[in-house]
Design a protein around this ligand. Structure first.
Ligand SMILES: [Zn+2]
Length: 263
């Protein structure tokens, strides 16, 4: 299977994804917010959109569904128990469900709530490279906000699920927020040279060919994946002087999320 990241250039800085089987041209469109763009890409490549999949309920992820489905007759895949949040789901996906891409690939569904109460991500491999299509759970150098979710639940997703994924895993988020997120990392961890170098490197980046990070790199530049770093912990204690001297990872995560909300 081939994974195409599509930069929408919209106000929300959304990415959406098209995953295709080179043998059958069967294609999965994931959160295709820009329906016109999605249909045009499919037409230009001769791809046949058989399924649309939503990671979660937000309008900037489901807003293109109707048009893509109307034009292609695709079936809608979405998280289980999403009635009232996402309409018209033809097939509900559970933790561990398999989504096949033609005859050449498949993803395993992982439940990754926190950004919203119900949220799924996809994990799959091509050759020996793992891929994680994670909606608004994990961003490059950051994590999703929890305005309609719960940061405690998001922490559990990171601590119980994402922590198990290998360093080589390529990351495909729902938005492009890398500059801002790296600036936040540097605000919390000014002595992180890799984050500083990367921020410089991104200055003139072409978002149609945006940098795809790996989880291994995220573990070095994403402050939310570096909860045990002394600089980060000392910074949190300074901002929240009433906290105990020994901080657990969850407290650090929650306080980072709180700081990022107002940053
Ligand atoms: Zn969202």
């Amino acid at each position: 299977m081939l994974i195409k990241q599509v930069w929408t250039n919209n106000g929300g800085r959304n990415f959406f994804y098209m995953v295709t089987c080179p043998k059958t041209a069967e294609t999965l469109a994931i959160d295709p917010i820009d329906a016109e763009m999605c249909l045009e890409i499919a037409k230009n490549h001769g791809w046949n959109i058989k399924h649309v999949l939503n990671t979660h309920e937000h309008g900037d992820h489901i807003g293109g569904n109707d048009k893509v489905i109307k034009e292609t007759g695709a079936k809608l895949l979405g998280p289980a128990k999403a009635e009232g949040r996402i309409s018209g789901i033809d097939e509900e996906l559970y933790d561990g469900s398999i989504v096949k891409i033609g005859t050449s690939g498949e993803f395993k569904v992982l439940e990754t709530p926190g950004h919203t109460p119900i949220h799924i991500s996809l994990y799959g491999q091509t050759d020996n490279t793992p891929h994680f299509l994670c909606g608004d759970t994990l961003f490059n150098a950051g994590v999703g906000h929890c305005r309609s979710g719960d940061p405690n639940v998001l922490y559990n997703t990171f601590n119980n699920i994402i922590s198990d994924l290998p360093d080589e895993t390529k990351i495909y988020p729902g938005h492009e927020y890398m500059d801002n997120n790296l600036a936040f990392t540097l605000d919390r961890e000014p002595d992180n040279p890799l984050a500083a170098d990367l921020l410089k490197e991104l200055k003139n980046q072409d978002l149609d060919n945006a940098r795809i990070t790996t989880l291994g790199l995220e573990r070095q530049i994403n402050t939310f994946l570096r909860l045990e770093q002394t600089t980060i912990q000392e910074g949190i204690k300074k901002e929240f002087p009433d906290l105990p001297n020994e901080l657990d990872k969850k407290t650090v995560f929650l306080k980072l999320r709180e700081l990022r909300n107002n940053w």
